[in-house]
Write a new protein. Structure first.
Length: 457
């Protein structure tokens, strides 16, 4: 018997499936009652809780504006050394394809006709006011709003112009049919057939990407953000999404689907607001975590052997000298530290690359993040002006190597070539003391748990 591999979490999936199957049964067995119930609940929410939707969106936009202008704007989502997974162009493409694009396609023509269909001539001042409002919003939402402003202005004004001058109100008669209205609008433009094919292709892309992003989000929630999920699992969510949509279309057409969307959006708007609270807390902990100062008693170097240190400052290392520093000074310091940790009841290990590329001391934990302090061989390119400077020791190579520290929490690293064995021990203890101070505070539990460490990596 073949056992399917899954990353689904029962505590999330089972209640969700119970809700979905319940909707299926109601839609199939009690079509008219389901339609009336959805309409009733939807109207009740729209009348009594419409302020929740308005204020939720407002607070989210204000929160994003605050993040951009606050001291949290430079915090990376992930490890400090992580890089963006997608380019700026790809990110903007996904924003339109999986989000606002389908709305622009359907309502850029339908919206003005629906709103000024009764008195088309009273629409022009309102369109002008809408343009000014969009232009004001541009300064806060930048590119998406700018594109939305241009797109909606062109299509809205064109739809009103054609309806007033050419169509003689024919477009207004189709105000309740956005699909047909968009294609009817294209009849008043050159290359109508070509534009119709392009429009169909764009609609397919927008629908597919919107559905795909929805499936991705559902699977991420159901698996608690599992990195890799089996294909059948993703396909299963897609099938459920399609079947549920078809079942909701059966009782009352698109109105039932819109009512269901409105109903489910209410609890999700509350969840999004709670998410803002959690994100704010995480940002505060993150900022304090990386800005927490070290103890002044463990700052290395007291001024001893200053002549040797000056000589080291004015010289740069090659591969053999850097590897020798790792194999001697660093290894000796870590060995003494491991021995002393063991004497105090703390298990510590030394991990070293076979090619002498890196070496680290690690203290492993089950619940919290492991403590790691390492030194690795790193290269850098010297400035051309420095090499040509007369008042500087001669240097033949522009590409030089140096030993650089690194840490388990992706803190900013630095050059340790000037450290003696005891200074290196002091530097490790400096970071370990800071590590102990942070993990001992209960409010940092979310940030320093081993589970969060694995998710970041």
């Amino acid at each position: 018997m073949i056992k399917l591999r899954t990353t689904l979490k029962r505590g999330i999936v089972l209640p969700s499936l119970a809700f979905i199957i319940g909707i299926f049964m109601l839609s199939a067995l009690f079509a008219m009652a389901t339609e009336q119930s959805l309409d009733g609940v939807g109207n009740f929410i729209f009348v009594n809780f419409n302020w929740v939707y308005v204020w939720s969106v407002t607070l989210i936009v204000l929160f994003l504006m605050y993040i951009v202008t606050s001291s949290y704007d430079n915090i990376r989502l992930g490890a400090n050394d992580s890089k963006p997974s997608y380019s700026f162009f790809s990110l903007i493409s996904m924003l339109f394809a999986a989000g606002m694009g389908i709305g622009l396609m359907y309502f850029s023509v339908a919206e003005p006709v629906q709103h000024y269909s009764e008195d088309i001539f009273s629409a022009l001042p309102a369109v002008k006011r809408a343009q000014n409002a969009q232009l004001y919003t541009f300064f806060y939402l930048i590119l998406p709003t700018l594109f939305n402003f241009i797109w909606m202005t062109v299509f809205e004004n064109s739809a009103i112009y054609f309806d007033m001058t050419v169509a003689k109100g024919y477009l207004s008669e189709m105000a309740g049919n956005p699909d047909g209205l968009m294609f009817r609008f294209l009849n008043y433009l050159p290359f109508t057939q070509v534009l119709s094919y392009v429009l169909i292709a764009i609609i397919v892309i927008f629908f597919v990407t919107s559905a795909d992003s929805g499936i991705f989000v559902m699977n991420s929630i159901a698996t608690k953000n599992a990195k890799i999920s089996p294909k059948w699992q993703t396909i299963g969510w897609g099938v459920l999404l399609a079947v549920l949509a078809l079942m909701l279309l059966n009782p009352g057409g698109p109105a039932a689907l819109q009512s269901m969307t409105l109903i489910t959006a209410l609890p999700f708007s509350i969840i999004m607001l709670l998410f803002l609270v959690s994100l704010t807390r995480a940002l505060m902990i993150n900022k304090e975590y990386y800005e927490k100062e070290f103890s002044g008693t463990t700052v290395p170097w007291s001024g001893d052997q200053w002549k040797q240190r000056l000589q080291q400052m004015l010289s740069f290392n090659d591969a053999p000298s850097t590897e020798n520093f790792i194999n001697t000074t660093v290894h000796q310091a870590f060995t003494e530290l491991v021995s002393e940790f063991e004497a105090n009841g703390i298990s510590a290990t030394i991990n070293q690359n076979n090619l002498s590329e890196s070496i680290e001391i690690e203290i492993r934990y089950d619940v919290i993040n492991n403590f790691i302090y390492g030194v690795k061989k790193e290269s850098k390119t010297l400035a051309e002006d420095l090499l040509q400077e007369d008042n500087w020791p001669s240097e033949d190579q522009q590409e030089v190597l140096y030993p650089k520290s690194y840490f388990g929490n992706s803190r900013e690293d630095y050059d340790v070539k000037l450290f003696t064995k005891n200074e290196l021990i002091s530097d490790v203890l400096k970071h370990y003391e800071r590590f102990i101070n942070i993990i001992s505070e209960d409010r940092n539990a979310m940030f320093v748990s081993s589970d969060s460490n694995h998710r970041f990596k």
